[in-house]
Design a protein around this ligand. Structure first.
Ligand code: MOS
Length: 722
């Protein structure tokens, strides 16, 4: 059964009547106690009898061919079970949602650090020892590793609106700037890993993955077996941020070795392997051109970018997608170049596109406001589009104006002082702001809901990557079926359950949540029919069904169990509307006048995300995004060896993320009252990636307000600020 969008549909109102009061409530994660007491099991916590351990071996050239793998140095080592390599064996890091990654068909190397073999032994220590001893010979080829100097560059057709040059020439004020961002790592706490075991021709793969239905198809495809023969399990995931959208070389390697050895094989990546072998966010070179009339109305908006990836990879960081609809401009132009270089391939990392593209756009808007002498909030308010400037679609719920006004008021934006004029001792104080946008998506998802007199069970192969899926689905089913959240058992992370959207692109809670909503709704319809009232009249509470002056104990109506599986399809999205989350960030920084150290002191953020499903998990997502924004502005950078392209910053000591001391005590996030009828049956929108969008730009703009430094090459380390 699928959902038909109707503006007058009374069903979403069921969630507004809040008989249980569960939807939107900031209830604690239902899986919290299992996590803090160690009962939640991650890949590396599971060790079936006779499990062997695998360690991935990585290439030490940037490009070329493997000519030989010499196992002789392993001869004295006890407990080595095998060395696995060659065609159809090591798979390149997966493409996530961007397409199918090739199974390696020869002994080619495409980047320094690429997994090329797996050593399996009785113990992890022996496997590691053996991996270091293995001797690999290569035939190296010339490799380009610098995205700026690359000679192989794919240039896309530009996306255009109006006559750019004409509008540029008639402008009173222009900004023409280049902003660069370095590569980023997802840096999930739990390293990537896989545990594979076979029973006959059936594979069970325990992994740390975001999209199980898709991951099952990927592993079956890589091994050349029927997906029906594969079961993927991922009940708990220690963070992912896009890096676990697709399976990695660990999964294929473990599956092949386990089949060969006839025993379970576990491969857990060391942190450096995660950095080398898991997709990175591409660095970006962004060219921004803004032209306005004297009143601050945008005449031309241009945002071109260059990103990089391996020659054959299809993913390209969508750096300028958001710039096509945040503001209105008479003429627009967006063009992307992809430099084909030999570094760890790039892919989706939290808020692909906006995380870095909104920094470019929003820093340029700040520069334009300064040149015009117009308040930065006012400049944005003057350029609100009525419909999507490129596609022409309607927007539906669009909270950007409201967020700008609400955030400015709560922050005290009107107190803002001129550049470099506020000082506290040796600290220069400044404030900055930026808009936030992130498209909202609906992805195919199924869920099964069963109701018995004692409670309800939700089953779907959805994942909870720390985002709150377990909790939110219990709230949705509980609300719809008239029972407290504690009586709803949510089972996730197993491909034996109906296929879900998976977690990614901020679509998980709303997409799979919609399937839970629809299955629960079907159960309500059945109960209403038995009671003899309409579904709208039905009220369910405390085990009693009421409607149309009738009432009956639920136990009498359901005779055992009601069991419904529902599906929501991405095709159910209202095609006439472009759905997106919106918001605004306001931040205060202190810049040390002698050292250039930046302290972020205060953050105020207002967001419109449709119906909020859980205030606490949503807020945590927003705060997490803001922390990413601070890290992006001030700390994070993948540094590559200029000779080989190999990653130099490849552990959490060298790759700096914002830590506790870098994050202000006060991050004040408010969700604006909003319902989006065009998003999905629950009128909710994604939140995961909206918080990061623009957050880094607010920090950079505040640095400028504090001390006058306009940092355009991220991160804004002290040497660039002073
Ligand atoms: Mo997200 S980067 O789509 O998991």
């Amino acid at each position: 059964m699928s959902y038909d969008f109707k503006m007058d549909d009374p069903q979403p109102r069921l969630l507004d009547e809040t008989r249980q009061g569960a939807i939107g409530k900031p209830i604690d994660r239902v899986d919290g106690p299992a996590k803090v007491t160690g009962r939640a099991t991650y890949v590396a916590d599971v060790l079936p009898a006779r499990t062997a351990h695998g360690v991935l071996v990585r290439a030490t050239i940037s490009r070329g061919r493997i000519t030989g793998i010499d196992e002789a140095p392993l001869s004295g080592l006890e407990g080595v079970l095998g060395v696995f390599h060659g065609p159809k064996f090591i798979r390149n890091p997966a493409q996530g949602m961007a397409g199918k990654a090739p199974v390696q068909t020869d002994m080619r190397v495409d980047y320094h650090g690429q997994p090329i073999a797996l050593v399996v032994a009785e113990s992890l220590e022996t496997a590691r020892d053996a991996a270091f001893r293995l001797h690999i010979s290569y035939e190296a080829e010339e490799a380009e590793v610098d995205p700026e100097a690359a000679s192989a560059v794919d240039v896309d057709e530009p996306v255009r609106r109006g006559n750019f040059q004409l509008c540029w020439d008639k402008a009173d004020v222009t900004v023409d700037a280049v902003l660069t961002t370095p590569g980023h790592a997802a840096a999930a706490m739990e390293p990537h890993g896989a545990l594979a075991s076979w029973e006959g021709d059936e594979l069970t793969l325990r992994g740390s993955l975001q999209m199980l239905a898709y991951n099952r198809a990927e592993i079956a495809d890589s091994l050349g077996i029927d997906p029906e023969k594969v079961r993927v399990l991922a009940p708990f995931i220690g963070g992912a941020f896009g890096s676990k959208l697709g399976i990695g070389p660990d999964a294929v390697a473990a599956a092949v070795a386990a089949r060969e050895l006839g025993r379970p094989v576990r491969v857990v990546m060391a942190r450096q392997t995660v950095f080398d072998a898991v997709l990175r966010r591409s660095e970006t070179i962004q060219h921004l051109r803004l032209a306005a009339d004297g009143d601050g109305r945008l005449l031309a908006l241009g945002h071109d970018d260059r990103v990089s990836n391996l020659p054959e990879e299809s993913f390209a960081e969508p750096t300028t997608r958001q710039s096509q609809y945040v503001y209105e401009a008479e003429a627009m132009r967006f063009q992307q170049e992809v430099a084909r270089i030999h570094r760890t391939p790039s892919g989706s990392v939290r808020a692909p596109g906006e995380a870095v593209g909104m920094i470019g756009l929003e820093v340029a808007m700040d520069m334009l406001a300064e040149k015009l002498g117009v308040d930065p909030v006012e400049l944005r308010l003057r350029n609100m589009p009525q419909k999507h400037p490129i596609s022409g679609k309607s927007f539906g719920a669009r909270a950007l104006e409201a967020a700008l006004e609400d955030g400015a008021r709560r922050f005290g934006w009107s107190e803002r002082k001129a550049v470099g004029t506020t000082r506290e001792g040796d600290w220069l104080i400044g404030v900055g702001m930026a808009s936030a946008v992130r498209p909202n998506m609906l992805i195919d998802a199924s869920a099964r809901v069963r109701l018995s007199p004692s409670g309800a069970v939700v089953e779907t192969d959805m994942t909870d990557i720390g985002t709150g899926s377990y909790t939110i689905f219990a709230q949705i089913a509980g609300e719809m079926l008239g029972m407290p959240t504690e009586r709803v058992e949510v089972r996730l992370g197993d491909t034996r359950f109906p296929p879900a959207s998976g977690s990614g692109g901020s679509f998980g809670a709303s997409s799979t949540g919609s399937a839970v909503f629809l299955a629960s709704r079907r159960i309500r319809e059945k109960i209403a029919a038995k009671l003899g009232c309409t579904p709208e009249e039905l009220s369910l509470q405390d085990g009693i069904a009421r409607g149309d002056n009738r009432e009956a104990p639920l136990a009498d109506l359901i005779e055992g169990e009601l069991d419904e599986t529902a599906h929501i399809s991405s095709g159910d999205t209202d095609e006439t509307h472009f759905s997106s989350g919106y918001g605004a960030h306001f931040c205060e920084v202190a810049v040390h006048r002698w050292s250039g150290e930046v302290r972020v002191r205060r953050f105020v953020t207002s967001l419109g995300i449709g119906r909020v499903l859980n205030e606490k998990t949503a807020r945590s997502q927003a705060i997490g995004g803001i922390v990413w924004g601070i890290g992006t502005a001030l700390h994070e950078a993948l540094e590559h060896d200029p000779r080989t392209g190999h990653l130099v910053t490849r552990d959490l000591a060298n790759y700096h993320v914002a830590a506790h001391a870098d994050v202000p005590r006060e991050i004040d996030v408010k969700f604006l009252e909003e319902r989006d009828d065009h998003a999905n049956p629950m009128q909710s929108k994604g939140i995961g990636e909206l918080g990061i969008s623009g957050a880094g730009a607010a920090v950079l703009n505040a640095i400028h307000n504090a001390c006058g430094a306009r940092v355009l090459h991220l991160p804004a380390t002290p040497d660039k600020v002073i």
